[in-house]
Design a protein around this ligand. Structure first.
Ligand code: PLP
Length: 395
């Protein structure tokens, strides 16, 4: 008799985005005359950079000719992309070798799949609030999950508690949803904790391209000792608008071993069994991102989102509303005024100013009473949304 994985029954229904979408659509149907502005989604809105599109087209053309046709790509990604990624790391002072980099179809896959190579006995530590993928995939895998509280008091940056033991640790900086970033000392504390506990850190750097301040590390490998205890996942989704194109990369230092097993080799074994690589045209596009011209072109889009973030953060400052993010991050995470609950505040904004965000409660207990807005929207809409927001709060 087939047996189902009953761990799935422990998942809480993922109703956050479905619920916000339903409420928004119902509102639009009932009020067709109102202009609703959506600042809730974490998806990008600007098109791919021209150099990226050209590289992808060129890759397609090559597939159309016998002389340049390519079949299955290398499991770890073509060398030319891995070299480009290593060069990118070098540009901010981090040395990683191209053969420590694995190209994938986005950070979600590796963030969700990496625990395949780890026993289900591991205790998993995540922060609260949290990007739900870390939690749900470990529930599916039947692992025990413990939470490090991120609160207003610690600026939504948890530091490790020496009295608590964890084996696998997920860190995300700049953080989704809170926009907060671990500074060097905070990240060093996590690295030291991991070394002490023989734990492995999965460092999700999906938003590193939004970092503008020098004291915020863009890679965990800026921290001494991290090569012995960390894996870093990154993505072109937010860096270069690849949410629909799909490409990311994971860095696994050669030194990283668990119980005498080399993690890169074990992960390679896993990937070569379950994953057949990223398409050639997409890898061409990815390499183009890291060219000199590519970096210049993607900077324009990043600056656009960063300016949106500034507009939202500026509004919060003007209104004296507590918030994190917005500086090194496309997310602005603010405290709902008048101690409102985050779902109540969602309804309040939708009903009164037709602006849609994401209730913080959907990301964990500590998100109760907090709210996330994103900088990925259209500029004029962002400005208009903030004008409406000011009127609402001042009124
Ligand atoms: N990690 C974090 C923290 C994210 O917020 C997201 C997407 O929103 C991802 C990973 C997924 O990225 P990708 O599109 O590369 O799968």
């Amino acid at each position: 008799m087939a047996k189902i994985n009953k761990n799935f029954e422990n998942l809480v229904p993922s109703y956050l985005f479905a619920e916000t979408a339903k409420k928004t659509n119902d509102y639009i149907k009932a009020h067709p005359d109102k202009k609703v502005i959506k600042l809730g989604i974490g998806d990008v809105t600007l098109p791919l950079a021209p150099i990226v599109v050209d590289a992808m087209k060129k890759g397609c053309d090559e597939l159309g000719h016998k002389e340049t046709f390519k079949g299955y790509p290398d499991y770890e990604g073509y060398a030319f992309v891995r070299e480009a990624v290593a060069g990118y790391y070098k540009s901010f002072g981090v040395t990683v070798s191209p053969d420590e980099i694995m190209i994938n179809d986005g950070a979600k896959s590796d963030a969700g799949n990496f625990t395949d190579i780890f026993s289900e006995e591991n205790v998993v530590l995540v922060t609260d609030p949290v990007y739900p993928v870390y939690v749900d995939t470990n529930i599916m895998g039947g692992r025990k999950i413990i939470y490090a509280d991120c609160t207003e008091e610690n600026g939504f940056c948890a530091v490790p508690d020496k009295n608590v033991h964890a084996d696998l640790i997920y860190l995300c900086s700049p953080n989704n949803p809170t926009g907060s970033c671990l500074n060097r000392d905070q990240l060093r504390a996590w690295v030291d904790y991991a070394l002490e506990n023989k734990a492995v850190i999965f460092f999700d750097a999906a938003y590193e391209a939004f970092i503008t301040e020098d004291n915020i590390p863009r890679s965990i490998f800026e921290i001494e000792g991290a090569r012995k205890c960390a894996v870093e996942m990154c993505s072109l989704s937010k860096t270069a608008g690849f949410t629909g194109t799909r490409c990311g990369y994971t860095v696994i230092p050669h030194e990283l071993e668990v119980e005498g097993v080399n993690v890169y080799k074990r992960w390679y074994r896993r990937q070569s069994t379950k994953f057949n690589g990223v398409s050639y045209p997409v890898q061409c596009a990815a390499a183009a991102v890291f060219s000199q011209e590519g970096l210049k072109q993607i900077k324009e889009n990043l600056s656009y989102y960063q300016e949106n973030a500034k507009i939202i953060a500026g509004t919060m400052n003007e209104l004296g509303i507590k918030f994190t993010g917005g500086v090194n991050s496309p997310y602005i995470w603010f405290k709902c005024p008048d101690n409102m609950g985050s779902w109540d505040f969602f309804d309040y904004m939708l009903d009164n100013i037709q602006v849609v965000g994401t209730p913080g409660e959907g990301f964990g207990e500590n998100g109760k009473g907090w709210f996330r807005l994103t900088a990925f929207g259209d500029r004029n809409n962002t400005i208009e949304a903030m004008e409406r927001f000011k009127k609402l709060i001042k009124g």
